[in-house]
Each structure stands twice: as structure tokens, then as C-alpha cells.
Design a protein around this ligand. Structure first.
Ligand code: THG
Length: 367
């Protein structure tokens, strides 16, 4: 018998699940209580294809927390130390969200839909409860809920051509982290130039499950000559690009500064932000540990727990994501490293379940 995830109502299917199954998905994880494919052909084949062609990703698990009403802007600014005062309709912002201690609660993409309406496209934590709690506790005039919106990502170097075939040439003019409303079957959908890869591409916020499979089929039909394939966020490519995974590389016990997300914090200007005082303190003093790229020498096994980073007998950090990179011909990892050992070129050992491996710390990622 093979090991499977037991299907149940709690582990939610997505409006694209029929397409994902038909495309031969080989592995899933659970993200926001919803299925998220992890592999189709193999991690390596998916990786090479993502970097050379175009893929359609079921990322419906990037659920939206919708905030609407007269106090929407105030509430969204309460959630993040990033200054949102100049955010325009049509913009997406990558925003660290923190609790009252400055601890990371999520690292979503926020979209401003209107002066009084936002979507928060969340990573894997139940942010809805925190947002609802703040709205209730502060008696804010807002509605907070999870709409029937399912992102579908189109990623890879041929993403523009595939999207233009379905939505028209207007997609080519969408700038990075901007969105346009484009028609599909008479429905206006938000199409943003964004996505969880460094290969470029788009995210379509599919508003209404009924058009999910029609859109899926239209993309595969239009992409026949482009070698389009079903794909998913690729572990190897994500690590090469230093894209963090909430719950893996960071948790509530890390500040944005430790996560290397200080450039997304303007805490001084983020008036009303929960955790502002705590973050002003850490921004001034600087973090004592920080995210680093970890080059790992020798084959690495799957990383399903934090691996200690050692300087001899002294633990100086941990590796929380790791894979074997075909393009860079080395093990690649993401780790949290103490400041005494975080400069580029530092040599350490990581303790994997298959034994210790020599590693080198780098301040920049591979791509
Ligand atoms: N897209 C959408 N929702 C999401 C994700 C996404 N929700 C879950 C998860 N991903 C949230 N985490 C991230 C992490 C990184 C980025 C986006 C969401 C990202 N980072 C850019 C980079 O590293 O190149 C920088 C962004 C910027 O410069 O503003 O895109 O992927 N809808």
C-alpha cells in the first residue's frame, strides 16, 4: 500500500482539482487546509520545465482574506509594518504581518481593489481569525471573510505568450506587482504580474469556482505549441530564489528583520501597526540572527524538520529548507544563522538525518 493523504472535507479540494488529477499529480501538501500539489513528473523535471517553458499552477490554497468597509484601510495598516499610505488601486504589496511582539503571523501579498476593499493573499496560517479578532476588538466598520477566489499561477519564460493567447496583448503591459482587470468568458478577473517563482509570470485571481475549469482548459488549449504543463511551486527553484515559506523558514518566533524582510518595513510610518513598538526596538538594534542561503556539499535528503547548524559543538542556527540543485550542482538551503556566523564564506556543518554535511553561508541566494 502506498501512503496517501486521507481525503476528507477538512482537507479542502480546489476548483482546479479535477484538472490537477487529470494532469497526473504525484504529490500533495496541505496549505491553508487545502490541497497544494508539490510534484507532477519529478522535482527535477518540473524544475527544468519551469525554467524553460510555462506552467499552470493550482495555487487556490493562497486563500484571500477580504476586508471591505469604511475602516478597511485602517485595519490593513494595523496588520503590517509596511507603509501602505501610498498604495494605489491596481497595486500588489508583499507585506510581512506581525503580532504584538513583532512576531511573523504571515507573509501575504496584499491587493488594493478599491479605497475600501482589499484582498490579503495569505501564506499558510489562519490569518482570518487574527483579522476578525482585531476587527471585532477595535469595533471596526468592516466585513472580513474568505471569498470564493482561487489564484491560478502562470509561471515560466513563456508565460507572457500563453497569457496573451487567452487574455489578449494587454497582459504584456502589466508591470511587476501590478494588476489589471481582464475579461474571460464575460467575467472580469484580476490578473497580476506576480507569483511564487523567479521565472516571471502571472497570477489570475479566479473569482467564482464555476469558471475555474473552463479557464484551466482554455490555457492548456492555447498553450499546446508552448509546451504548457501543469506545475506547482518547485522546491528547488524556490530555494535557489530565496523565496521564504511561512511555517518552514519562519514562524511567529521570528521578526521580519530576522527573515530579511526589513526592506518591507517602514515601521516609523506604519501608524497604528500592531507590534510597532516592539519592531521599532528591533529595527534600531538589528536582529541577532537572520535568514541566509546555505550551500550544502554532498547529497541532501528531504528536509522535514529543522536541521541544526553547527560550529564544532556549538549550534549557531538551523536549516529549514533544502534540496539538490541541478543547475548549480550543489545542495541548496535556507537557514537562520546567528550573527556571529552569518557572514558570507563562513564554513559550518549541518546535521541531516543522513549524517553531517559541510556547508557554506552566503548572504545572497542563487537567483
Ligand atoms: N502569490 C500570492 N499569494 C501568496 C503567494 C504568492 N500567498 C502565499 C505566499 N505566496 C506568500 N509568500 C510570498 C513570498 C514571496 C513573494 C510573494 C509571496 C514574492 N517575493 C518577491 C521576490 O522574492 O522576488 C518580492 C516581492 C517584491 O519585491 O515586492 O513575490 O506568491 N498571490
Amino acid at each position: 500500500m502506498t501512503t496517501t493523504i486521507a481525503p476528507s472535507r477538512r482537507v479542502r479540494r480546489t476548483p482546479f482539482s479535477d484538472g490537477v488529477t487529470a494532469a497526473g499529480v504525484k504529490g500533495y501538501t496541505v496549505y491553508n487546509h487545502m490541497l497544494l500539489p508539490t510534484v507532477f513528473r519529478s522535482f527535477e523535471e518540473d524544475y527544468h520545465h519551469l525554467k524553460s517553458a510555462v506552467q499552470v499552477w493550482d495555487v487556490a490554497c493562497e486563500r484571500q482574506v477580504e476586508i471591505r468597509g469604511p475602516d478597511a484601510a485602517r485595519l490593513v495598516q494595523m496588520l503590517t509594518p509596511r507603509n501602505l499610505s501610498k498604495m494605489q488601486d491596481g497595486q500588489c504589496f508583499y507585506v510581512p504581518m506581525v503580532d504584538e511582539t513583532g512576531g511573523m503571523l504571515n507573509d501575504p501579498v496584499a491587493l488594493k481593489l478599491d479605497e475600501d476593499r482589499y484582498w490579503i493573499s495569505i501564506a499558510d496560517s489562519d490569518l482570518l481569525f487574527w483579522v476578525k479578532g482585531l476587527a471585532y476588538g477595535f469595533r471596526l466598520d468592516v466585513l472580513v471573510d474568505e471569498p470564493d477566489v482561487s489564484p491560478l499561477a502562470i509561471q515560466g519564460p513563456r508565460a507572457d505568450d500563453l497569457m496573451a493567447a487567452v487574455f489578449g496583448d494587454a497582459v504584456r503591459d502589466i508591470r511587476f506587482f501590478r494588476y489589471k482587470r481582464l475579461a474571460f468568458k464575460g467575467r472580469d478577473l484580476i490578473v497580476a504580474r506576480s507569483g511564487y517563482s523567479k521565472q516571471g509570470g502571472f497570477e489570475i485571481y479566479v473569482d467564482g469556482s464555476d469558471i475555474a475549469m473552463p479557464l484551466w482548459h482554455a490555457l492548456f488549449e492555447a498553450g499546446k505549441s508552448l509546451d504548457v504543463h501543469a506545475g506547482c511551486p518547485n522546491l528547488i527553484e524556490r530555494i535557489e530564489g530565496g523565496m521564504l515559506s511561512y511555517g518552514n523558514d519562519m514562524t511567529r518566533h521570528n521578526t521580519p528583520h530576522e527573515c530579511g524582510l526589513g526592506r518591507f518595513c517602514q515601521t516609523e510610518d506604519a501608524l497604528g501597526c500592531v507590534g510597532r513598538d516592539a519592531l521599532l526596538r528591533v529595527a534600531k538594534e538589528g536582529p541577532v540572527q537572520q535568514i541566509r542561503a546555505i550551500e550544502i556539499y554532498g547529497h541532501v535528503p528531504p528536509c522535514d524538520r529543522a536541521w541544526p547548524l553547527m560550529d564544532g559543538n556549538l549550534q549557531v542556527g538551523q536549516v529549514t529548507s533544502a534540496a539538490n540543485s541541478p543547475d548549480f550542482a550543489t545542495g541548496v538551503g535556507i537557514g537562520m544563522v546567528r550573527m556571529t556566523h552569518w557572514s558570507s564564506g563562513t564554513e559550518l556543518d549541518v546535521i541531516t538525518p543522513d549524517g553531517p554535511r559541510a556547508v557554506m553561508v552566503h548572504e545572497t541566494f542563487w537567483i
